[in-house]
Design a binder for this molecule. Sequence first.
Ligand SMILES: Cc1cc2nc3c(=O)[nH]c(=O)nc-3n(C[C@H](O)[C@H](O)[C@H](O)COP(=O)(O)OP(=O)(O)OC[C@H]3O[C@@H](n4cnc5c(N)ncnc54)[C@H](O)[C@@H]3O)c2cc1C
Length: 271
Amino acid sequence: KCNTRATELIVDKSLNVVKGIKYRSKQNIGSPSFDMYGDFIIDCTGRYTSSPNWLNENFNLIVPTIQIHFGCSYVTFIGERFRIGDSSFDSALVISNPVDSPEKNVGFIVIPIRTIKTNNENSLGTSSTIAINCVNSEYPPNDSYENLLEWTKENLDPKYYTILKAAKVCSPLIPSRHAIDDRKYVESLGKKWPQNYILLGDSMCSFNPQYAQVISEECWFSSTTNDWKTPTLKVIETDKYGQVKTYQRDGNSTSTNNPEPRTPIMIRFMQ
Ligand SMILES: Cc1cc2nc3c(=O)[nH]c(=O)nc-3n(C[C@H](O)[C@H](O)[C@H](O)COP(=O)(O)OP(=O)(O)OC[C@H]3O[C@@H](n4cnc5c(N)ncnc54)[C@H](O)[C@@H]3O)c2cc1C
């Protein structure tokens, strides 16, 4: 884990260049700040990046963004799976039961990590990442596995409850309740964008983890074609002048007249 925190950009405003960063130790509050210079500054500080604030403070630049909030949440843990007596599931290493809002706002995902040695003949011999995810703010609990099981019994298909009930939990239950689609339209700023500075990974754009495989425009298409059906959808659009428009679907509006949304042109092209 990184022990330092980047706190500011070092810039030359007149040349529109980022020259470095200021950073300090995370351990001690009030610790001294240090300067680090580089020919090229890559911001890979993830979905909570401070880059929009830094760019605004230093260059008076507003990064146009579209954020889509669909009440996404994950509870993830590492678990050992055991046989449930259903060969179609016992033989499947990867299980994916995706969310399909508005009819189904809860999903279930199993992804194997590695094989493990065990003497238990009922064990499938793998440790896996097991995740229960939702949209529409229908959050699964993470305070105890008993409560999570109780919740999945009511909210998931019984088959997935059986898999969870048989599993051995090998890690804490990790919640994530802040996943949104967040796309920064840096390309629209042209030469106003400072030289020698790039955003990489989630700091540039992040998506619903159900579709997100790190950075990809296709995730944006997948998510916007599916997550827009979420009944409590909220979209926040910030333009380059800092004007913010918020669109929120209310409880009375129908989420869609077209249960099968049209496939975006880019996806059709790829198909
Ligand atoms: C619940 C969930 C499940 C996911 N599942 C998958 C999956 O199955 N497959 C997949 O491909 N992707 C998945 N993703 C997406 C994937 O995790 C991200 O796309 C990926 O981690 C982004 O990498 P990154 O390096 O850009 O940012 P991050 O992994 O977020 O790393 C950013 C790092 O920068 C550090 N940092 C932040 N601010 C500062 C600062 N000021 N100074 C110094 N350091 C700082 C943070 O502490 C962090 O360590 C999932 C995401 C979530 C939330």
